[in-house]
Design a protein around this ligand. Structure first.
Ligand code: NIG
Ligand code: FE
Length: 401
């Protein structure tokens, strides 16, 4: 894995012991304080951190065995950013829909008229696997260029067995092709496809037949449902979660984005990894998420693009101790955004997070939203996924636009 840089490029870790010396290091470990540590160093072997600490405290025998060294010359080193909610694999684009929304037509109206997600589904079904891979890799590289080392990629623009399978395979291939750590999530329950119009329950029957096949082919790490008026009802969402749980798969939920449906409380009752969006989340949902340790993934790019005016209840989530993560939600409709730092900036300006919460939300809490304990903060034993920035302080990650 090449550590991603915010300005300097291609410092590759060697196979043996590699030292990254004289950095300003933000570990994202709460018990180590929030300010960056001056003149710290990290020693890695392959993809793993073997030692981290003040340069002067590096054990002499470790120092002697180092085979490759990089002088960070005081540059900021943070955990690699984790984009824990994206829809990177799709065909086409929706700029005309953007223009219609600006003239006053709502996202729901466009969806009901057959536009929105369904129009991307049509373009995705027409695209070849090679085309989908090439466009998804271009987007993935844009994310990498601004610090991302792990990305979650959802299916959800195929909505038939063959195309959803293709999209999950492409998502896996993005990881290989781009030297990026990828987690895949099945979002076959994104919306009712046109051939099942008016027959959402029958479509959910199909999805529940497909999930075990993808699960046995190890094509996905989690299952998500869009629980909303333009997605699926609470009862339909429950059936997908029950199916996922029978396969031993973890759950995520697009919940309370456009209206309050109770999806967050339902997902929490299945011990969900995360509930995402949450603009209309109520107190019962917050309490349920707190009790299940479910992460709240905030998606300010969608809130901004859809010009929503009810932000998620950040103060109450914070007070309840629900971890707050931030992601781009990159998709061609509601969030054509390819900068996770910009999502972090928006989380501060639009949702009231502090810069520390925002950076934590793109590292440590984002790792938790994916069920990954081996990354998101810097410590011995964790993955050597980090970002090196031409910055003095981590808050600059969400300051520069
Ligand atoms: O996360 N909310 C549902 N799904 C996507 C948008 C999908 C689309 O408009 O294509 C989201 O915002
Ligand atoms: Fe989404």
């Amino acid at each position: 894995m090449i550590p991603t840089t915010g300005g300097i490029t291609n410092l590759r870790a060697g196979d043996g012991l590699t030292a990254w010396r004289h950095g300003r290091v933000t570990t994202m470990h709460d018990d180590e304080g929030w300010d960056p540590h001056d003149d710290w160093s990290v020693v890695t072997r392959g993809d793993t951190i073997v030692w981290i600490g003040a340069e002067g405290k590096m054990p002499a025998d470790l120092r002697r065995s180092i085979q490759l060294e990089h002088d960070l010359a005081g540059r900021l080193l943070t955990p690699g950013l984790i984009d824990c909610h994206t829809h990177l694999v799709y065909g086409g684009k929706r700029d005309a829909e953007f223009e219609r929304r600006l003239s006053g037509v709502s996202y729901e109206e466009i969806a009901r008229a057959g536009g929105g997600i369904r129009s991307t589904v049509a373009a995705t079904r027409r695209a070849s696997q090679a085309e989908l891979l090439s466009s998804a890799c271009q987007r993935a590289r844009r994310l990498q260029n601004v610090g991302v080392t792990t990305v979650e990629i959802k299916s959800g623009y195929g909505l038939d067995f063959e195309t959803e399978t293709r999209c999950l395979e492409v998502a896996r291939d993005v990881g290989q092709e781009c030297d990026l750590s990828v987690r895949t999530t099945c979002l076959a329950a994104h919306t009712v496809p046109v051939e099942f119009d008016g027959a959402g329950d029958a479509y959910i029957d199909e999805v529940c037949r497909w999930i075990p096949r993808w699960s046995s082919d190890r094509l996905m790490d989690a299952v998500d449902v869009f629980c909303d008026t333009v997605g699926f009802s609470l009862e339909q969402t429950r059936r997908v979660f029950e199916c996922a749980a029978r396969q031993g798969l973890r759950i995520k939920c697009h919940a309370e984005q456009l209206s309050l449906q109770g999806g967050a409380a339902l997902a929490a009752s299945f011990n969900a990894l995360s509930c995402d969006h949450l603009e209309y989340l109520d107190d019962a949902g917050i309490a349920a998420m707190r009790n299940s340790g479910t992460v709240a993934v905030l998606l300010p790019g969608a809130y901004y693009t859809l010009q929503q005016s009810t932000p998620p209840p950040v103060a109450k989530l914070r007070q309840a101790g629900v971890p707050l993560a931030i992601a781009t939600d990159h998709n061609p409709g509601s969030s054509p955004l390819l900068s996770l730092p910009l999502a972090g900036s928006m989380a501060c300006t639009l949702f009231g997070l502090t810069p520390y919460e925002a950076v934590r939300g793109m590292t440590r809490s984002a790792a938790r939203a994916l069920g990954l304990e081996d990354r998101g903060c810097l410590a011995a034993g964790k993955r050597a996924h980090f970002a090196i920035w031409e910055y003095d302080h981590f808050r600059e990650v969400v300051y520069w636009l």
